[in-house]
Structures are given as structure tokens and as C-alpha cells.
Ligand binder design. Structure first.
Ligand code: MN
Length: 270
């Protein structure tokens, strides 16, 4: 099995080697990740300049750094390697819970895999300000989650959050009751106004959600889907209106002539 590994913290983040180490028990591993941190870049792709794919030494692994986003890395990595069976992303330094999934570059790498028809699993864990992350106690849980998910053939995209000292694994749903994004105003050294778009800690969430599991020291495993359609609203709209209320304005020859005349006048031709 070919397992491509990426992240959004950058190829030199310690979480990527921890994930590669576990993944190597399941198949052949290649690391393709951003050359610098791309956290909160979500599913951005680089379309205005070319990308570089440079081989580097990273432990015992075959690794490439890319001057792009997590989604770029997965697209380029699967193109270069071919026949990739599984894409793993992380282990991110910091959880990706609930609405944070909209911003997450870690999840976007897994999502890019799912868009390409390859299974994608994102891993994130907690970090603290004053100590280096210790991935060793998390390794058995990453391994167990992979055992579990490789059996589940239909899950194309899964978001996994590993708390410190887990007590077990729980299937969860996204916590979407609250949003943690917050703008914090401040001043630069010259006294000019600046702003940080940061997150505020959330801790009260309904049982069964990813945030609830994480806070209660369970490894949270959330199956996700790519289809964002609101089925309830769509069904209601379809029942109310048999056809969309707005039909396009009929464009006659006279309208076209009038439009051309206005355009010429604007350009100073007439
Ligand atoms: Mn990150």
C-alpha cells in the first residue's frame, strides 16, 4: 500500500515524522509537505505561479518539500508518485475541532486526497506553550485508528483529534454549536492599530461531538463528506417552487444594440 504523508505545519514539524513512523507499519511511505508553515490556509491552491518539488532527507523517509499549500502537496505528490492508496495528514500541532475544520490546512490535505478519489485521514493533537510535544504515547492510538479506518472501506475523509493521554477512541460528529474565531485589536510598536484573527478557547459542547470527546480525553474520529448541500433546505425549496423563481432576462437584438451604444459612449468612441 502506498501512503502519502503531508501536513500544514511544514515538512520539518515533528508531527510529520511521528505519523510517518506509524504509517510505515502499514505500507510504503512518502512524505510530501510544504516547505514552510501553512496552518489555517485551508484548501487554498497555488494557481498563479509554478511549484517546486525538492527531495530532502527526513529520517529514513523518502521526502519532498513543496513551495505551496497542503492541497498543492497532495495534488503534486499523488501525481508524481502515482497509485497512491491513502493520504495521511499531520500530526498537526494543535487540535482541529468543530468549525475550525473550515480553516484547517491539515484537514484540507486529506480533503484534496478525497477529491482525487484517494482516502484521506487528518490527525491533530493538543500542544502546550511550555513543553515539546511527545508523540510516543500517541503512536498506539494512531496505529489503532488506522487499523479501524482501513477496515471501513466507504469512509473517504476522516478527521482525527488525539488528546493528551487518551483513554480510548470515540466516533464523533463535528461540534458546530459555537465558533472560536475572534479578532483581537492591538497596537504595533509605533502605536498604529493592528489586528490578530485568533481563536478563543471553547469547552462546553454537546456529548457525541469531536470537541466533547477531545475535552474528555477520548481520541475523536469524525467521518466527513464532501457534499455540502443542505438537503433539508433543498427539499423544502424544491417542494415550494417547481422551478427557480427568477428566469433570465430575455436579450433581444434591440437590447444588444443599446448595450453596444452605451459601451462605445463610455469608451469615448462616440
Ligand atoms: Mn498546523
Amino acid at each position: 500500500m502506498r501512503i502519502l504523508i503531508s501536513n500544514d505545519d511544514g515538512i520539518y514539524s515533528p508531527g510529520i515524522l511521528a505519523l510517518a513512523k506509524v504509517a510505515a507499519r502499514f505500507g510504503e511511505v512518502r512524505i510530501v509537505a510544504p516547505d514552510v508553515e501553512q496552518s489555517s490556509m485551508s484548501h487554498a491552491i497555488t494557481s498563479s505561479r509554478p511549484l517546486r518539488y525538492k527531495r530532502i532527507r527526513l529520517g529514513d523517509f523518502d521526502a519532498y518539500r513543496v513551495n505551496g499549500t497542503p492541497a498543492d502537496c497532495v495534488a503534486l505528490g499523488t501525481y508524481q508518485w502515482g497509485n497512491v492508496d491513502l493520504v495521511l495528514s499531520g500530526i498537526n500541532l494543535g487540535p482541529n475541532l468543530g468549525n475550525a475544520c473550515w480553516h484547517s490546512g491539515t484537514l484540507a490535505a486529506a480533503k484534496q486526497a478525497a477529491l482525487l478519489g484517494v482516502r484521506g485521514i487528518a490527525f491533530s493533537t493538543s500542544v502546550s506553550e511550555n513543553k515539546e510535544p511527545d508523540f510516543v504515547p500517541l503512536e498506539p492510538y494512531v496505529s489503532k485508528v488506522l487499523d479501524l479506518l482501513l477496515e471501513e472501506k466507504t469512509m473517504c475523509l476522516v478527521n482525527v483529534n488525539l488528546p493528551e493521554k487518551p483513554r480510548g477512541i470515540r466516533w464523533t460528529r463535528l461540534a458546530v454549536g459555537q465558533y472560536d474565531g475572534k479578532v483581537l485589536p492591538g497596537k504595533d510598536p509605533m502605536g498604529r492599530p493592528i489586528f490578530w484573527f485568533t481563536v478563543k478557547p471553547l469547552d462546553d459542547e454537546a456529548e457525541g461531538t469531536d470537541r466533547w470527546a477531545f475535552i474528555n480525553h477520548w481520541v475523536s474520529v469524525t467521518p466527513l463528506r464532501l457534499d455540502l448541500t443542505d438537503e433539508k433546505d433543498l427539499a423544502r425549496a424544491l417542494a415550494l417552487h417547481h422551478a427557480p423563481a427568477m428566469s433570465p432576462t430575455k436579450v433581444t437584438k434591440a437590447t444588444v444594440r443599446a448595450r453596444k451604444k452605451t459601451q462605445k459612449r463610455r469608451l469615448g468612441v462616440e
